[in-house]
Design a protein around this ligand. Structure first.
Ligand code: PLP
Length: 374
């Protein structure tokens, strides 16, 4: 199979499997014990934390391991807001783990303000500055859209918000940008950043939350006081080891220029075949959202699968829900949304595989049109 649904999840790197296996077989001790074998496991966790922190321009003590980015996002909304009476601003392009967290607060009476998207799929920047005021407790803007791959200018937004409302806390859901954009978190100038390991070649079930030094946040999960009292529960030592191994491997493989060139070649091919690309400007290089006229994405996906190609159609997490909140916010009609396929690349996606897949996707669409299937 040619796998091009890497925004949903990724194949686990061999090096990450080996690191997890070593932790499970040889270093299985509880990291919170006081005997030497346990202390050694605790040291391994700290080495992984330090390694990841250095790669993303953060301090070790700013990273807390969580079970996934959904947990990290929920944590920020449930515990990371200082001004409990203030309003919250999010973008219309947020992943459901941010959007639903905000909606939950709304149902409890919180003033939630949603900044619209522009036609390219990025946040309409001027509208955030209209919506944020001195009572804005939290601003949450996705770093890279999981639907289109468009990068939001988080650094510039953070700088402007600091001038407008210095007390507003700034969070970014960094799941699709983590490691890929090469941004340093200190340089972005934000307060919270969520990431997930299974998008970069580590197993599912491990993520992190960056919490700017000195900020302080109440724990979301209480208990034995692990993770410096911030996130209780015995640490997932095998997956933490795998997370660090995946960061190392991804970083070695990643070549931003190659990704952008490959993405451009794929997009050009689609466009020359009458398709429309959503989110073509300021893209991370890893995601292509393509609208293939008169071919329902679900059927394209199934036909392509039968021919050996796996692609997505919108966020996997919202795959069971009808429509697509984010693509609607960009201004696409329901008919266009039904025809949007999401192709997501990985650092090791080979050019020839990707171009063969594109041809198979277009063949599948042609079959649908000629048979009037769907
Ligand atoms: N945020 C974004 C932008 C995502 O793409 C995803 C997963 O698709 C998540 C959050 C949720 O991540 P996790 O699967 O680690 O909970």
């Amino acid at each position: 199979m040619i796998y091009l649904d890497n925004a949903a999840t990724t194949r686990v790197f061999d090096s990450a499997v080996i690191a997890a296996e070593k932790a499970m077989r040889d270093e299985f001790y509880n990291p919170n014990t006081t005997y030497k074998s346990g202390v050694k496991v605790r040291d391994s966790i700290e080495n992984s934390r330090k390694y990841i922190a250095e790669k993303i321009g953060a301090y070790s003590d700013e990273l807390v391991f969580t079970s996934c980015a959904t947990e990290s996002n929920n944590w920020v909304f449930n515990c990371g807001i200082k001004n409990k009476k203030g309003n919250i601003v999010i973008s219309a392009g947020e992943h459901s783990s941010v959007y639903e967290s905000a909606m939950q607060l709304k149902s409890r009476g919180c003033d939630i303000r949603i900044a619209p998207l522009d036609k390219n799929g990025g946040i309409d920047e001027t509208r955030i500055y209209d919506l944020v005021d001195e009572n804005t407790a939290l601003l949450s803007v996705i770093h890279v859209s999981n639907e289109t791959g468009v990068i939001n200018p988080i650094k510039r937004i953070a700088e402007n918000i600091r001038k407008l409302s210095p007390k507003t806390l700034i969070h970014s859901d960094g799941v699709q940008g983590f490691i890929k954009t090469g941004d340093s978190l200190h340089n972005l100038g934000i307060d919270y950043y969520s990431a997930s390991a299974h998008k970069i070649g580590a197993p599912k079930g491990i993520g992190l939350l960056y919490i700017k030094r000195g900020l302080g946040i109440a724990p979301y999960i209480c208990g034995g006081g692990q993770e410096r009292g911030l996130r209780s529960g015995t640490q997932n030592t095998p997956y933490i080891a795998a997370f660090a191994a995946a960061v190392e491997q991804f970083d070695k493989l990643a070549d931003g220029n190659r990704m952008h060139n490959l993405r451009n070649e794929i997009c050009d091919y689609f466009v020359s075949n009458g398709c429309k690309i959503i989110g073509d400007t300021n893209n991370s290089g890893y995601i292509i959202c393509v609208c293939i006229p008169n071919a329902k994405a679900e059927i394209v996906q199934n036909l392509a699968h039968d021919s050996g190609v796996i692609v997505g159609k919108g966020a996997a997490c919202s795959g069971s829900k009808r429509g697509n909140r984010v693509l609607s916010a960009i201004g696409l009609s329901d008919k266009e949304i039904e025809c949007c396929v999401r192709i997501s690349l990985f650092a090791d996606t080979a050019r020839d595989d990707a171009m063969n897949a594109v041809k198979i996707i277009l063949d599948s669409a042609n079959k649908i049109r000629s048979n009037h299937v769907g």
